[in-house]
Ligand binder design. Structure first.
Ligand code: PLP
Length: 410
């Protein structure tokens, strides 16, 4: 695997070693580097051209530490349920919140209005009507962006939210009707559009092109319907490659091309919003799982871990082999020889009773022993939060938030 050990990784390894030394059970922990998270978000926020604002899509990792760490850096948070809205309000009374997601319930809309969300993403006509009705009952005006599912076909990305049938947003063909409805509703202010159409896109050129397409569509709607557009939310979807670690979304290239698009297409008074989740959060997290058994079945080598897909479902959900490095630990407490394998391909399986509980497949390793730890990288987004924690009732992992370089000050 990737042998380059950066400073943050040395810190992580020191933490893993400490967990082993201090604990009586096999190591199983998520480790989150807050300095990396803050730095990454700061770089993104600082580089955005004028008139752009950075939100964090908190569903990628809604932990309180992440929110506290990001609050001073990002403009606001994108929340996809009232639970997420509440989590933001627990760390900040006034941070701007965008409330999106399909299937908003009346009580969610009502509480979100009470908690002062900045914008709603309206996902349907029915939702527009309900937002206005509920805002009216509370004596408020709700600011709304229409989430539109564009009809243009989009180039490939791992997950695509629009340009094909999905449960998200309002069909582009229905946009005129939705705009007219929004304009007619008394307790609703239509402020613009939300066009999150792509996920895990690794191509910076493509991403800038997408913004340009969005800009053209919004200009057309603005002119056709005489709208005052204050916001265009271009969503998230900046990618992380899990299988080719050298492949990166080239943020500086994106910024350069974005600046060119904005210069060409000026839409005065319109703020461009971004709401990345994965791109900010993924690289800041690690999942450490100790090898509790080694076996060879039908000529294939398996490492069985304390942990697995009930903590870290992402590799299984995406059917990829998740990158890891081996943290060798010398401690061995049994009165018999320590099993090990050398120069084989191993499959890293979890502790669940299902053959799907696999985090990495057929990875060549030079040496692995029971009692060593597999340290999975890129586990800070869509890791713990998307997993079925209580399947089989194994105990949960530790969650450790640290600042790289300060491992000795704990
Ligand atoms: C999930 C989601 C995001 C964040 O997506 P990433 O791929 O993590 O950047 C942003 N906006 C909406 C509406 C989403 O559903």
């Amino acid at each position: 695997m990737n042998a380059v050990v950066t400073k943050a990784e040395r810190t992580v390894i020191a933490l893993v070693e400490r967990l082993k030394k201090d604990g009586s059970e096999p190591v199983c922990a998520f480790l989150y580097d807050k300095r990396e998270l803050r730095g990454r978000a700061q770089t993104c926020a600082d580089s955005l051209p004028e008139g752009c604002r950075l939100f964090y899509a908190m569903k990628a990792n809604p932990s309180r530490d992440y929110l506290e760490c990001l609050a001073p850096v990002v403009y606001g948070f994108e929340a996809a349920s009232i639970g997420e809205v509440r989590k933001v309000r627990e760390v900040s009374a006034d941070k701007p919140i965008i409330f999106g997601g399909p299937g908003k319930k009346d009580y969610e809309i009502s509480e979100a209005l009470e908690l002062g969300v900045m914008l709603f993403h309206a996902e349907s006509m029915h939702e527009l009507r309900r937002i206005s009705l509920i805002a009216g009952r509370l004596g408020k005006i709700a600011s709304v962006l229409l989430r539109v599912n564009l009809r243009a076909s989009f180039p490939e990305a791992t997950l695509v939210m629009a340009g094909r049938p999905t449960q998200f947003g309002i069909d582009e063909a229905d946009v005129p009707e939705a705009i007219q409805l929004a304009q007619s509703l008394p307790h609703l202010q239509l402020e613009g559009f939300h066009l999150h159409s792509i996920s895990n896109n690794l191509d910076a050129h493509l991403h800038a092109l997408l913004i340009s397409v969005y800009w053209d569509r919004v200009t057309e709607w603005k002119e056709t319907f005489g709208l005052t557009v204050r916001y265009l939310n271009a969503g998230g979807g900046f990618g992380i490659s899990y299988t080719d670690l050298d492949r990166k979304f080239e943020w500086p290239v994106f910024i350069k091309e974005l600046s060119r698009v904005l210069e060409e297409k000026r839409l005065p008074g319109v703020e461009l919003l971004f709401e990345p989740g994965r791109y900010l959060a993924a690289t800041c997290g690690y999942y450490a799982a100790e090898v509790v058994d080694l076996k060879c079945n039908h000529d294939k080598h398996y490492a069985v871990l304390r942990g697995g897909s009930h903590h870290f479902r992402l590799p299984g959900a995406w059917q990829h082999s998740h990158p890891f490095e081996i943290v060798p630990l010398e401690q061995w407490d049994y009165p018999f020889p320590r099993p090990e394998v050398r120069d084989v391909e191993i499959t890293a399986a979890g502790e669940l009773c299902t053959p799907k509980d696999v985090l990495a497949r057929d990875v060549r390793i030079s040496r692995l022993r029971i009692g060593d730890v597999l340290l999975f990288h890129l586990a800070g987004a869509y890791g713990w939060t998307i997993s079925a924690h209580d399947f089989l009732s194994h105990s949960h992992p530790d969650h450790i938030f640290f600042e790289a370089g300060q491992e000795d000050s704990q």
